[in-house]
Design a protein around this ligand. Structure first.
Ligand SMILES: [Zn+2]
Length: 159
């Protein structure tokens, strides 16, 4: 049983073999009708592909057809406005996402600080009833001020 060289035929056709490999293929082809037939077949296919490739030509008016199919009319000015409009929308979206995550981080850090502050103040002032009343009043004031400032923040951030 002969070792056929089918794997090398494609590379042989494309002149991608080394000198030794090329010699090996040519020697084999001289004595093997099977591989010679295979080579002829591959060459036929390659010729067909090349012919088909060269016969492909853009038909008349194809550009206009594509443009019409996509629905873009170059003569209309509003399409030129579409690009900056989309860019601005993208920037607004990115800005909102960035502001949102920043705000979330800020709020979560604020809550953590407030939590430790309450624990620390609670242990210090727990013994004195008058300071607790003062603290409650101060807390209410703080809540009102922070809600006003948060409200203001949301109003300026929202578009
Ligand atoms: Zn062979």
């Amino acid at each position: 049983m002969q070792n056929h060289i089918e794997d090398l035929l494609s590379a042989y056709m494309d002149h991608e073999l080394t000198e030794d490999e090329r010699q090996q293929v040519e020697d084999h082809l001289e004595s093997c009708p099977h591989c010679t037939a295979m080579l002829n077949e591959l060459m036929d296919i390659q010729n067909q592909v090349v012919t088909a490739f060269h016969s492909i030509q853009a038909q008349e008016g194809l550009e206009d057809q594509v443009i019409n199919a996509v629905g873009v009319d170059a003569s209309k000015q509003r399409n030129w406005l579409l690009v900056p409009l989309l860019t601005v929308l993208c920037f607004i979206t990115i800005a909102l996402v960035a502001a949102g995550s920043l705000l979330f981080k800020f709020v979560s850090v604020g809550f953590r600080v407030l939590y430790y502050l309450v624990i620390a103040l609670g242990s210090i002032l727990g013994s004195n009833p008058y300071t607790i009343a003062g603290l409650i009043g101060f807390s209410i004031l703080l809540i009102v001020v922070s809600s006003i400032s948060l409200n203001h923040l949301f109003k300026t951030k929202s578009i």
